[in-house]
Design a protein around this ligand. Structure first.
Ligand SMILES: Nc1ncnc2c1ncn2[C@@H]1O[C@H](COP(=O)(O)OP(=O)(O)O)[C@@H](O)[C@H]1O
Ligand SMILES: [Mg+2]
Length: 396
């Protein structure tokens, strides 16, 4: 094997990037109405008026981030006194970090160790001195820890500003997120609202076709692949990111097998991988003790119960009590403090809500009324995945 061999390998892809979720497409199809609504909210800035705050929500993969980035690109093409600053709140998840980032991007001041008021004052004088309008995009706003304080700080600033202003574009995947806000922040943030509905399968088909034309070589992607990916994503969530991932993995599988065309068969295969991705993501964001409980359940599922089998068919079902024993052992092994069995039950409830485990009531049996737990994913795979995460945080 040499580099030439690798480089001359055939691939179904011409530009794999175009199928990645980070790629910003030129066109955002089926979002014309939503984009126009947001543009109309922002437009007053070109006449030196402060835009209203706007709150955008819709499920993940409905095109919110892409639409706002598309608007930002257009915005920069016309002269104005406004500046739009995009904040990914997963990276900047506190008021402090956000004020610091803004001060850094806008006035080039970001030293650590200063109180937030320092950043705030600098931003304010930049606005006042230049009659500037600062539009802040807070993407995934619901992960900000001290959100009410941040909204309060930013909206109160407008009372202190003599000329210019601050506006907020908040984006959230969580529809119920509004309820997390206190009344004052809610009414401040919700000056206007735009909802992004899930895509249906026809819309997803068009989105995928558009991206497939950019990403795949000519005649390398069969319409059966696009149709199936669109249908699966539409049925499950209406999530374009999921649909794109399916198609991209399908292409990778085709390449691995040296197949010349991506078809629905590769998509079927890809689906299994995407699911694993989603589960890994869900597990990675779990609080540590939920990870420990899940880990304990995978170990128990591998080793089997030390009590008599409940029933041949129920081999993978375990009693809460035995799970708790395993959890205690795991905590000791990994040098984590052990929480009470009541907490363990609570964690199981939360894992069940995420679709990682299932609980069943045993009915009246030898050991009285008890709850039985089952892992919903492959025990070996879960063990390996969670183990990696627990050991990784261990060494930090
Ligand atoms: N209408 C669309 N046209 C083209 N691509 C889209 C469209 N909607 C979403 N996508 C693609 O789907 C993926 C997820 O979109 P994104 O904007 O990140 O969704 P959200 O922010 O709502 O979770 C991105 O790769 C994006 O380019
Ligand atoms: Mg997004």
């Amino acid at each position: 094997m040499n580099f030439k061999d690798i480089l001359s390998e055939r691939s179904v892809f011409i530009n794999k990037d175009a199928l990645s979720p980070h790629y910003l497409p030129e066109k955002i199809i089926h979002r014309e109405k939503e984009i126009e609504k947001i543009m109309r909210v922002i437009a007053p800035v070109f006449k030196n008026k402060r835009p209203n705050n706007v709150f955008i929500y819709g499920k993940t993969g409905t095109g919110k981030t892409s639409s706002v980035k598309y608007i930002m690109k257009q915005f920069k093409e016309l002269p104005s006194n406004g500046v739009i600053n995009y904040v990914n709140c997963r990276m900047y998840n506190t008021r402090y970090k956000i004020l610091q980032k803004l001060a850094n991007d806008i006035v080039g001041f970001s030293k650590n160790g200063f109180p937030p008021s320092h950043f705030y004052e600098r931003l304010l004088s930049w606005i006042n001195n230049g009659n500037k309008f600062l539009i802040i995009v807070l993407d995934e706003i619901d992960v900000i820890k001290d959100l009410n304080e941040l909204i309060y700080t930013l909206t109160r600033a407008n009372d202190e500003i003599r000329s210019g202003g601050i506006s907020i574009i908040g984006i959230s995947n969580k529809i119920s997120f509004k309820n997390q806000l206190d009344n004052r922040s809610r009414s401040a943030l919700l000056e206007s609202e735009v909802v992004f509905p899930p895509y249906n399968s026809e819309q997803l088909k068009e989105i995928l076709t558009y991206r497939a034309n950019l990403g795949f070589n000519e005649n390398s992607c069969d319409s059966s692949a696009i149709n199936l990916a669109a249908a699966i994503a539409a049925r499950e969530t209406g999530d374009a990111r999921y649909a794109l991932k399916l198609l991209m993995y399908a292409g990778e599988i085709a390449d691995e097998r040296k197949d010349e065309m991506v078809t629905y068969k590769h998509v079927e295969e890809a689906r299994k991988n995407v699911e694993k991705d989603l589960v890994t993501e869900a597990v990675a964001t779990l609080p540590e003790h939920q990870q420990l409980v899940l880990y304990a359940l995978s170990i128990l599922s591998i080793n089997g119960s030390k009590y008599q089998k409940l029933n041949e068919e129920k081999e993978d079902l375990f009693m809460m009590g035995e799970l708790y024993e395993t959890y205690q052992k795991v905590c000791k092994q990994l040098k984590r403090e052990v929480r009470s069995s009541r907490w363990c039950k609570e964690y199981i409830r939360e894992l069940e809500a995420l679709g990682l485990v299932e609980t069943i009531s045993s009915g009246k049996g030898i050991r009285g009324h008890s709850t039985l737990v089952r892992l919903l994913y492959s025990k070996d795979w879960i063990k390996k995945t969670v183990e990696g995460m627990l050991i990784h945080t261990d060494s930090e």
